[in-house]
Structures are given as structure tokens and as C-alpha cells.
Design a protein around this ligand. Structure first.
Ligand code: NDP
Length: 329
């Protein structure tokens, strides 16, 4: 398999916190569009386009599909056929934290769950190790020490190179970072939901990440497709909001949201880019953001998103216009 030889000069790579690892400014997530319900031809092409564009980071989780687990199986299959020679050029992440199997050991944050889940993920992807293993969401009942010790153990066992946390709020993240540092396995990265429409991380989490030298990779940076031109004329048939298994609910696409999207879209057009590109560039303007973790149901979408790097700066007027639009909710 031949890939674009200049891919590494075309992509921008950013250091992940204070670690030795660099990530591409755009990473690809496999939450939707890579399950057994999806078209293999389409997602194989998306993976090829991603790698050709210099995207080296692919993000998975035990439960991605549907059915749960199928995104890892499908990704593993393509990895071992098409990307066989390139494993050392890839950063593959997976996670555990949401419901994966029945009974008391298939969910949340016990050592039992995390260790068995990663073993299952490695089998599905036919890998000896993943590059990053995340705890997917905080567990209010398991002692934080147990969850963090499990992450440390997994690294010591060689099943993951780095660990990350996802969906942890500022206070619990701070405690977890402390424990991990003490154990000798510092947290590499935090994966929060962050977009123009979801800005809780600006309330202290980003400051904490900077202080503790932890990278940040926002998920759903396009608000699952709302921050694109996709829903401007209604809900298209093949969109996430129209799909039964899609996580975006039709009710989330309100008239007020659409009004904001219209206005943001007009500004993006003025800047000579698509709304998706502007929404991603807006996140990447903050140096604390290591990479934006996009989803894509086609290679065309993904390449459009990658195009954000061609115009990623904002002048003062543009920033205050965006701030005004986002306030009107
Ligand atoms: P996005 O916000 O990027 O939404 C992706 C969707 O937006 C696509 O499926 C597509 O919708 C639409 N889209 C993408 N690019 C374009 C474009 N250029 N033009 C028009 N439409 C576009 O991210 P996701 O919600 O998919 O999340 C990304 C990744 O983040 C996941 O795959 C996963 O890895 C991670 N994640 C992590 C979570 C966590 O708890 N840690 C939770 C959720 C996600 P359509 O399918 O309708 O065509």
C-alpha cells in the first residue's frame, strides 16, 4: 500500500503537554461511522485519506460501534492489512469506563474492569499494546487510587505506553494527576467535550492542564455535526441526527442553535473557509489544545476538516463577533 510521501510535512504536529509525544493537530475518532452498521468501503477510504493527510492518531474505545466492540474489530482488520508497515507511525488509543458487558465487572473504574477491558480491546484490534489507554469517565464509587493504580499497572505491563483521562472535571482531574505522578505514570492527556457550543473546560480545566503539563484533545469539536453547514437546510437523510443509532438527537437542533449556526456560517464564508474549518481553527488557536478529535462519515468531510489548518488565525473583530454570536443562546 502506497501513501502520500509528503504527509508529514503537510500536517502540523503539536507537543502533548510536557511529554515527549507529538500529536497531529487533527486526530480521527471512530465513535461513529466505523461499526458493523457502516460501509467498510467508506470507512476504509476515510482511514486512508487520514493517513495520507498526516493524521497519525486514531481514537477508539471498547464500546464504539454499534455493536459495541465492532469499531475496534474493524479498525484492527484494516490496520493489519493496509497499515501493516506503519504501526510505529501511529498513535492508537482506546478507553474503558462505560458499560461494556453484563454483571458488576463490565463498567466504571475498578481494576478488574479496566484490565480485562483492555485485554479484550487488544484482542479485537490484534495489537500487543495501545499507545494511550484512557479511563473514559470518572467513577463516583471506586476509590480514585484504585483506578489510577490500574492505569499505572497497565503501563507497567506494557499494554499501554501512556494513560489519559476523559470527562473528568477540574477537581477530580487534579486529584488523579497527583496520584498518577506519584505512581510514576504521569497523565499524558485529557479528553474533554469542547467546542464553540460546549465551553466548560474554559472554567479552570485548561489552566490545570497547562499547570500540570497535560495535553488536551477536545472531542466532538464540531458538536457532532451541528457546527458545520450540514443542518442549515433541515436534517439530511444520512446524517447522525437522522440515524437511529446516532447520538445526536433531533431535539438538540433547535431554532436558536440554527440561528447561531447561520451567523457563524456567514462569518466562516467571509473568512474564506467552511464552518467546520472555522470551528476547528477556533479551538486550535489555544496552544493548550494539542489536537482536535474529529469524527467523519466520509473522506471528503475529513479532508474538509483538515483544511482548517490553511486559515487558523483570527483577528480581534472576528473573535468578538464569534463571542457575540455564542452569547445569543
Ligand atoms: P464531531 O463533532 O467532529 O462530529 C463528527 C460528525 O460531524 C461527523 O460524523 C459528520 O456527521 C459531521 N462532520 C464532520 N466533519 C464534517 C465536515 N467537514 N462537514 C460537514 N459535516 C462534518 O465529533 P464526534 O462527535 O464524532 O466525536 C469525535 C470523536 O471524539 C469520536 O469519534 C471519539 O473518538 C471521541 N469522543 C469521545 C467521547 C468521550 O467520552 N471521551 C465522547 C464522544 C466522542 P454525519 O455523520 O452526520 O455526516
Amino acid at each position: 500500500m502506497k501513501f502520500n510521501a509528503s504527509r508529514y510535512t503537510e500536517m502540523e504536529y503539536r507537543r502533548c503537554g510536557l511529554s515527549g509525544l507529538k500529536l497531529p493537530a487533527i486526530s480521527l475518532g471512530l465513535w461513529h461511522n466505523f461499526g458493523d452498521v457502516d460501509d467498510e468501503k467508506v470507512y476504509r477510504k476515510t482511514l486512508h485519506s487520514a493517513f495520507d493527510a498526516g493524521i497519525t492518531h486514531f481514537d477508539l474505545a471498547n464500546n464504539y460501534g454499534p455493536p459495541p466492540g465492532s469499531a475496534e474489530t474493524n479498525f484492527g482488520k484494516i490496520l493489519h492489512t493496509d497499515f501493516k508497515q506503519h504501526r510505529d507511525e501511529l498513535i492508537i488509543s482506546t478507553k474503558a469506563g462505560y458499560t461494556m458487558w453484563d454483571g458488576p465487572y463490565g463498567d466504571w473504574g475498578s481494576k478488574k474492569y479496566l484490565v480485562s477491558s483492555l485485554d479484550q480491546s487488544l484482542k479485537r484490534m490484534k495489537l500487543e499494546y495501545v499507545d494511550i489507554f484512557y479511563h473514559h469517565r470518572p467513577d463516583p464509587d471506586t476509590p480514585l487510587e484504585e483506578t489510577m493504580t490500574a492505569l499505572d499497572l497497565i503501563v507497567r505491563q506494557g499494554k499501554a505506553l501512556y494513560v489519559g483521562l476523559s470527562n473528568y472535571r477540574k477537581e477530580e482531574a487534579a486529584k488523579a494527576f497527583k496520584i498518577l505522578k506519584k505512581l510514576g505514570t504521569p497523565c499524558l492527556i485529557h479528553q474533554p467535550k469542547y467546542s464553540m457550543f460546549e465551553r466548560w473546560v474554559e472554567d479552570g480545566l485548561l489552566d490545570l492542564l497547562e499547570k500540570d503539563g497535560v495535553g488536551c484533545i477536545p472531542f466532538s469539536p464540531l458538536a457532532q455535526g451541528m457546527l458545520t453547514n450540514k443542518y442549515l437546510k433541515g436534517i439530511p437523510k444520512n446524517s447522525r441526527a437522522a440515524k437511529k443509532h446516532g447520538f445526536l438527537q433531533k431535539e438538540q437542533i433547535t431554532a436558536a442553535r440554527l440561528e447561531q449556526v447561520q451567523q457563524l456560517n456567514a462569518l466562516a464564508v467571509k473568512r474564506g473557509q467552511t464552518l467546520a474549518q472555522m470551528a476547528l481553527a477556533w479551538l486550535l488557536k489555544d496552544p493548550r489544545v494539542t489536537s482536535v478529535l474529529v469524527g467523519a462519515s466520509s473522506s471528503t468531510q475529513l479532508l474538509d476538516s483538515v483544511g482548517c489548518l490553511k486559515n487558523s488565525t483570527f483577528n480581534k473583530e472576528e473573535l468578538s463577533r464569534i463571542a457575540r454570536i455564542l452569547k445569543e443562546q
